[in-house]
Write a protein that binds this ligand. Structure first.
Ligand SMILES: *Cc1c(COP(=O)(O)O)cnc(C)c1O
Length: 400
């Protein structure tokens, strides 16, 4: 890919996504589950650009959404309602009502209170809410604590006993229809053991529910499949699928899988330009025009992204790649032996397709970057760069 040309045409900082790679990743996970009926419900929160969602819609993908806004994006992009799932620990009444009105596949229930809330809203609307219950299997996923969700100390899901109570409530209620069961133990999972363990626990619950005449159709295994940022050993989609399927003997269920990072993470890069270098005492800083407001993962999780100086080989004194934002936590990379740089050199930050643009903000009154798609060798703008006027639009008229 000619990053120099892209930077010249669209300016920096810039997100670039390889749509061919996205399609390839989608196909890999779909194929891995081919032994069963499956729905791949892409986790919209990883990257919610409408053009990306449209690409996935055309491939047959569903969507896992965590707000009504994401549901509206998915629908707008052409993902049919019957392939949309509404997850998340906290849903507003209006969001639940709108999801019911749009007749999505099911709502994931994450607490008893929420189960009662959904029942009440369905009753008010004269609807039957299809639901699944998010079970917290209390498994340590062995990932970063900020992205671990499957331990009882996390805010997500309910324990097995509470899940059973919720299913009984749903069975009795004319306004709830329990169609699914769900677990999602964390993100960036690189070990199969915890996934299999969780799946086995949840599969046992499905069997127990069968015995009391509650028939679960959708076995929703969440997302979380990890990708290689540096040198991590990752799980092959086939092994991941086999690990899950091996726990489902005797069960006639449709697999729902909600990958986010796996689909887009390594299909995207972040391009930023060097402003200048700065040497203070023993430290070398490469100051670039992209910052934590554009790509938050390094600051938020101390996440590692591979970094290259475009067109320059070799190594130099270890440098921190930092942005212009007024926070010491504003860095994109630390202690990298990068070659000496000149102003306007391009820095390529890899694996930035997931949880990149979506986590960006306007901190320091910085307009958010543009997003570009590469399709069959051609580049196409899929979100224009923000301008100062966009940033003040919601406040300027209130200034008296
Ligand atoms: C975040 C999330 C996902 C996607 O996680 P990835 O690690 O990006 O695959 C899927 N399902 C639920 C419920 C989530 O919260």
């Amino acid at each position: 890919m000619d990053y120099r040309k892209l930077a010249q045409k669209y300016d920096t900082p810039l997100y670039v996504y390889d749509f061919g790679e996205v399609a390839k990743n989608y196909a890999a996970i779909k194929k891995a589950f081919k032994a069963r009926k499956s729905l791949i419900a892409y986790a919209v929160k990883a990257n919610s650009n409408l053009s990306l969602l449209k690409l996935l819609a055309n491939l047959g993908s569903g969507a896992d959404c965590v707000s009504i806004g994401e549901i509206k994006r998915a629908l707008l992009a052409g993902i049919p309602a019957y392939k949309i799932i509404f997850s998340g620990v906290g849903k507003r009444d209006e969001e639940i009502a709108e999801a019911l009105e749009k007749d999505i596949l099911y709502i994931n229930i994450e607490s008893e209170a929420e189960g009662h809330r959904v029942e009440r809203i369905a009753k008010e609307l004269g609807k039957v809410a299809r639901i699944s219950v998010r079970v917290n299997p209390n498994i340590d996923p062995k990932t970063h604590p900020y992205i671990s969700t499957g331990l009882s100390e996390n805010k997500f899901g309910v324990d097995i006993d509470t899940a059973k109570r919720l299913y009984l409530l749903a069975k009795k209620s004319p306004y709830l229809s329990p169609v699914g069961i769900h677990f999602h133990i964390g993100s960036q999972l690189t070990e199969l053991g915890p996934i299999k363990e969780a799946s086995a626990i949840v599969a046992d619950l499905v069997r127990a529910l069968q015995k009391i005449d509650i028939d679960i159709k959708f076995f929703d295994v969440g997302g979380g499949l990890g990708i290689r940022y540096k040198d991590e050993k990752t799980i092959e989609p086939y092994d991941y699928a086999q690990g899950i399927l091996s726990t489902l003997s005797g069960l006639d269920v449709t697999i729902v899988c909600e990958p986010g990072r796996f689909i887009v993470g390594n299909a995207g890069v972040f391009l930023t330009r060097v402003l200048y270098e700065k040497h203070t005492g023993s430290k070398r800083f490469i100051i670039v025009d992209g910052a934590m407001n554009d790509l938050l993962r390094p600051s938020l999780y101390n996440a590692y992204h591979e970094v290259e100086v475009v067109g320059k080989e070799g190594e130099g004194e270890p440098a921190d790649v930092v942005g212009p934002v007024c926070e010491s936590g504003d860095f994109l990379a630390k202690d990298r032996p990068l070659p000496p740089t000149q102003p306007r050199d391009l820095i390529l930050v890899k694996s930035a397709g997931a949880y990149g643009f979506v986590m960006s903000s306007n901190y320091n009154t910085r307009p958010r970057p543009a997003e570009v798609a590469i399709e069959e060798g051609k580049d196409r703008l899929i979100r224009e760069r923000e301008h100062f006027e966009d940033l003040i639009e919601k406040e300027i008229r209130f200034m008296v």
